[in-house]
Design a protein around this ligand. Structure first.
Ligand code: GLP
Length: 245
């Protein structure tokens, strides 16, 4: 695991954007899994800008979402699907055939999980997964206590996630369950990048990277990844003891 500490959010975003773009340059048919959330917003915008200005070919890439709120349509601007579409897929003119995102309104959620796993396996597995970290240490919707042995699955959301998740929505929204890639997908990806910024993430970054791997802190599993990169800003790194690289 390599840890890169950047000065601020912009520098963290620029570094993350470069990893995304370099992955595509090195493997034009890469399969990428990208988290939604506030953390990666600037990184994706910068990546899209670079890809467009340097005319990098993304027509053979595949993109999958990391997670989605169950019961929320991707027309809702608080959904993960809406975020990825507007921040990345539309600016890059990515076609529907290149994308597989969870449908939060699916009637058969098990089938929805199976379809996501199948898309990933049929496209050779995930080359790059970019994840954020929740204030409770979750990754995607892999909440504290989760097994590390799941592919896509449906979860009951933690109280913290239900509360913090309101920030994505214009009005108070009932958030009870999520559908998410499991941590087995993260472990099997060829490269995993965990990003975090701000003092609100300092404690979970410390607990995830300095302490033993534990299901109580799902993000800690990144320590076990063979090719993991953690990109944080100085605020998120402020309690970090491990400065491994
Ligand atoms: C959210 C999502 C995660 C995201 C994390 C951090 O609830 N389920 O995929 O990475 O929490 O979000 P943010 O980047 O907005 O802090």
């Amino acid at each position: 695991m390599q840890i890169i500490i950047e000065k601020d959010y912009e520098a963290m975003s620029r570094r993350t954007a470069d990893v995304i773009v370099d992955t595509i340059i090195n493997n034009p048919s890469a399969t990428l899994c990208l988290a939604a959330g506030d953390t990666p917003r600037l990184a994706y915008s910068l990546a899209a800008k670079r890809i467009n200005s340097e005319q990098i070919d993304v027509t053979s890439c595949k993109f999958v979402s990391l997670d989605e709120w169950i019961g929320i349509s991707d027309n809702n601007d608080g959904s993960c699907g809406y975020f990825l579409r507007t921040v990345l897929f539309d600016p890059l003119r990515i076609t529907n055939q290149q994308v597989h995102v969870f449908d939060g309104l699916a009637n058969n959620l098990l089938a929805e999980c199976g379809a996501m796993d199948e898309f990933i396996f049929n496209n050779g597995g995930i080359d790059l997964i970019v994840v954020g970290i929740g204030r409770n240490g979750h990754v995607g919707f892999n909440e504290p206590g989760v097994s590390f042995d799941h592919y896509s699955h449906v979860v009951e959301l933690d109280a913290t996630t239900k509360t913090v998740g309101q920030k994505y929505f214009r009005e108070t929204t009932a958030l009870n369950q999520g559908i998410t890639l499991g941590l087995k997908h993260l472990l099997e990806s060829r490269q995993a990048v965990l990003i975090a910024n701000g003092t609100a993430k300092a404690e979970v970054i410390h607990l995830s990277l300095d302490e033993e791997i534990s299901t109580a802190m799902p993000a800690s599993i990144i320590q076990n990844h063979q090719n993991a990169l953690v990109i944080v800003d100085e605020e998120a790194a402020s309690l970090l003891k491990t400065r491994r690289s």
